[in-house]
Design a protein around this ligand. Structure first.
Ligand SMILES: NC(=O)c1ccc[n+]([C@@H]2O[C@H](COP(=O)([O-])OP(=O)(O)OC[C@H]3O[C@@H](n4cnc5c(N)ncnc54)[C@H](OP(=O)(O)O)[C@@H]3O)[C@@H](O)[C@H]2O)c1
Length: 303
């Protein structure tokens, strides 16, 4: 009997995950953290219709004061006994900003801010609220490394730099373009892997950290900043058999938060679609991981 916190429940994978959590036989209480508005109210209503007890927590994850307030709300709900103990946090919300000059309210490059910094703040604020055994599931993406298909599709791999530089928005009169946007996304997702490995070293023994890669789900709103023609192609590919979709991957993500099958996963274990996979050597780097941890602390403390 537990509560599960999910970020980004309003669309795509998060929406499908919220519905799978709501229908889960263990009947967890749901803490849905998303931008306030009609979409958040709507998914909360749909989850309630499936019988779940749901708390909507409005927060723009591109604003750290909102993230801190959301964490404080969760703490109050758990400590007052209004929801059951916090057993899982699914850090699903993500964005791939089409213009790397875009900044969060705190002045950080938007993709890095939402995918990594907001979740690092939320998790850091809640570490002592979890009740063991607990799980933290972060959202990764295989775009952190290049392969034949990604090269063919022009999806750039990560180009790691010091995290303080990665967090700095681009400057200039012109949009640096889709390649820069892709690099920023891949950097943010490589940061998620580094952070997961380091986070596990800082959590108590009863909190397990894992990373989920849902598979390429063309047609979700993640590509909303890409040219309309690319979005139309994505929607077409999404209909092909075997292609990952929120409806297929959402239940797996919900299962990673709750089911015995995944209880052993820790140390940032990487699950691709529904199988544990080894990450590339580039995604394991003790020096980068500890530097990311320290730089994240600096960036959050300054904001
Ligand atoms: N799509 C893929 O192929 C793919 C592959 C690998 C990994 N992933 C990862 O899977 C996760 C979900 O992606 P998706 O494809 O489902 O994307 P999506 O359809 O764009 O959904 C993203 C979710 O994140 C929320 N979000 C974005 N910015 C936010 C902000 N500033 N404050 C609060 N919420 C915010 C969105 O809320 P709004 O509705 O308010 O915008 C939405 O609920 C992401 O972490 C993504 O990186 C996706």
């Amino acid at each position: 009997m537990t509560s599960v916190l999910l970020t980004g429940p309003t669309r795509g994978l998060g929406r499908a995950t919220a519905l799978a959590l709501a229908a889960h036989p263990s009947r967890p209480d749901l803490l849905l953290v998303g931008r306030p508005g009609a979409a958040l109210a709507e998914i909360a209503g749909e989850a309630r219709a499936l019988g779940a007890s749901v708390h909507e927590i409005g927060a723009d994850l591109a604003r750290l004061s909102d993230v801190r307030a959301a964490a404080a709300t969760v703490r109050d709900l758990v400590e007052s006994g209004k929801v059951r103990p916090l057993g899982a946090l699914v850090a699903n919300a993500g964005v791939m900003s089409a213009d790397t000059r875009q900044a969060s309210a705190d002045g950080h490059e938007l993709t890095f801010a939402v995918n990594h910094l907001a979740h690092a703040q939320l998790i850091g604020d809640l570490l002592d609220v979890f009740q063991a055994p607990a799980r933290i599931v972060l959202l990764g993406s295989n775009t952190y490394h290049a392969n034949f298909w990604r090269r063919l599709l022009g999806v750039p791999a990560a180009q790691w730099r010091d995290p303080v530089e990665i967090a700095r928005p681009a400057v200039g009169d012109a949009n640096p373009g889709m390649k820069a946007s892709g690099v920023a996304y891949s950097n943010a997702k490589l940061a998620v892997l580094y952070y997961a490995h380091e986070l596990q070293r800082h959590t108590g023994p009863g909190i397990n950290v894992a990373v989920f890669e849902p598979g390429w789900m063309p047609g979700t709103s993640l590509g909303r900043g890409t040219p309309p023609a690319a979005q139309a192609i994505g929607r077409g590919i999404a209909r092909l058999p075997g292609v990952a979709t929120p409806e297929r991957s959402g239940p797996v993500l919900a299962s990673m938060a709750l089911d015995e099958r995944w209880a052993h996963l820790r140390d940032g274990a990487f699950v691709v679609r529904d199988q544990v996979a080894e990450v590339r050597p580039i995604a394991r780097d003790r020096q980068r991981e500890s530097r990311l941890w320290a730089a994240t602390r600096e960036l959050l403390d300054q904001a």
